[in-house]
Unconditional design. Sequence first.
Length: 98
Amino acid sequence: MCPPGTFPSSPPFPPATHIYGWSRCLENKTPADAALEAYCNPQVPTVFFAQSFCAKTALAKHLARRHPLSLYLDVDFNAGGSALAKVQAFLELSGALA
């Protein structure tokens, strides 16, 4: 899923980070591709972003529950220091940041 608009342009994500979900479908010009939207690699630490009142929140929550290396964050437009700290800790503890 897509990070909130106020997320820093260079958050603590590794250089090889990929954005999947609905954002990728739009980028691919296939917004109705449910299989592509639900794709995620269970071996790669993944942050599932959701925004309250968004129709995609249920999918993000569902995928995060099924994914063995995931962090689910419900963050509206403003992503504060708490959200950044959670992402940083998750990436460090999951081994994504070396």
